[in-house]
Design a protein around this ligand. Structure first.
Ligand SMILES: [Zn+2]
Length: 179
């Protein structure tokens, strides 16, 4: 950040009084500009023992597979964000979704909240940000073509839970090299 978004003056990075981390501070209007982690809402849509993945049409990682996921918007709940991303990226409706994983990516300032739940119907398709959407059996997940380490981590946990026959809520942090 170079300029204050409130008044347009140059900002300096320093630790504000009473704080313990450096922030971008405006010397003119005194605004303190906090940069905090972003929340990513994701969903693993389920249908007949298979899961719905989509192939990214946008960078980064265009051409690789992920479950629907994206940044939460102001004005929506995290469940609404997960369902919205599912509709936008895979043109699928999910119902009664359950929290499945909370994964922190401290080094890039993100937290993934991933849900899972049944699709309302077998209808799906490629949204604007996807090249295609496809149902995968758990033995056919394209592990070497998954877009991000966090997505692979969540999918492995999902497959493990299905194999064990019981879902749990996973809470974990991904190490630096995996972010
Ligand atoms: Zn300012």
């Amino acid at each position: 950040m170079n300029y204050c978004s409130a008044c347009g003056a140059p900002v300096t990075k320093k630790v504000p009084e009473g704080d313990n981390l450096p922030r971008f501070v405006c010397e003119i209007c005194r605004a303190i500009h906090y940069h905090n982690p972003k929340i990513v809402a994701g969903c693993i849509p389920e249908w007949g023992g298979e899961i719905l993945l989509c192939r990214r049409a946008i960078e980064p990682k265009s051409g690789l597979w992920t479950f629907p996921a994206g940044f939460m918007e102001i004005g929506e709940s995290i469940e609404q964000a997960a369902a919205r991303e599912t509709l936008e990226e895979a043109q699928a409706q999910v119902e009664r979704i359950s929290l499945f994983a909370v994964l922190s990516l401290p080094h890039i300032g993100q937290a993934y909240l991933v849900f899972r739940g049944p699709m309302s119907s077998p209808n799906f398709g490629a949204g604007e940000e996807s090249l295609e959407a496809q149902l995968f059996s758990l033995s056919a997940v394209p592990w070497d073509q998954i877009a991000f380490p966090v997505v692979k981590d969540v999918l492995r946990r999902y497959v493990d839970d299905v194999t064990r026959g019981e879902f749990q809520v996973h809470v974990a942090s991904l190490p630096d090299r995996l972010c």
